[in-house]
Design a protein around this ligand. Structure first.
Ligand code: PGA
Length: 243
């Protein structure tokens, strides 16, 4: 399987900036092979980016969706709309959705089910907070997130991607050491019924990606801040591994 490098732009990059970023990125990675590259712009930038990416090797994803296909849900976005724009992936349960927008596990479970039904590949995020880690609860928290998020779809987990994103590492400049990330990935794998792709996320940068990707347990990375500059994201995509 090709390593997956996904760039989550969060609430950055309006339509014009997004197009510029992806045009530059395409130039920088024109020689790259054997990598699955995904960009995940904000909703309003998706149409413009989709146009630029048409027939290229970079895939498109969205940052969130609603579990219903349509209806009276003011301010929400249907997964069907995302698909019609050419999105193949959707992030579900990013820690900023869990902790700032207070999305409960039960909602994430519904979203994961809908994504499966309509044929979007979920990037399902799990991860512990700093406090939970200090209290030795990392495994317990992740097990709960997996059990509740995947309830009823345990046998279809191979159709999704899991992203391990320790909350304390996101946007903080602190990265999990490759060994400790690999340990959690191993734990996640042990709890799932099918073989699954697991990405690491949390302050991934050009400086640490090579060491992270050295770990066999790490199938790819989900990158926030460092995906906003074409040069740094391209360097991450071109990570060097002796694996
Ligand atoms: P970061 O964000 O790389 O800026 O830490 C990662 C993420 O939230 O997906």
């Amino acid at each position: 399987m090709e390593p997956i490098i996904a760039g989550n732009w969060k609430m950055n990059m309006g339509p014009g900036e997004s197009r510029e970023l992806v045009i530059k990125l395409l130039q920088l990675v024109s020689d790259v092979q054997n990598r699955e590259i995904i960009v995940i712009p904000p909703f309003t930038s998706l149409p413009g980016v989709a146009e630029v990416l048409c027939n290229t090797k970079i895939k498109l994803g969205a940052q969130n969706m609603h579990w219903e296909r349509g209806g009276a849900y003011t301010g929400e976005i249907s997964g069907l709309f995302l698909k019609s724009l050419g999105c193949e992936y959707v992030i579900i349960g990013h820690s900023e959705r869990r902790h700032i927008m207070l999305e409960p596990d039960e909602w994430l479970n519904r979203k994961l089910k809908t994504a499966l039904d309509i044929g979007l590949i979920s990037i399902f995020c799990v991860g512990e907070t700093a406090q939970e880690r200090e209290q030795g609860m990392t495994q317990q928290v992740i097990e709960r997130q997996l059990n509740q998020g995947l309830r009823g779809i345990e046998n279809e987990v191979h159709k999704m991607i899991i992203a391990y994103e320790p909350v304390w590492a996101i946007g903080s400049g602190k990265t999990a050491t490759p060994k400790s990330a690999a340990e959690v990935h191993k734990f996640i794998r042990s709890k799932l019924k099918k073989p699954v792709t697991i990405l690491y996320g949390g302050s991934v940068k050009p400086e640490n990606v090579d060491a992270l990707m050295q770990e066999e347990e790490i199938d790819g990375v989900l990158v926030g801040g460092a995906s906003l500059k074409p040069e740094s994201f391209a360097r991450i995509i071109k990570f060097e591994s002796k694996r």
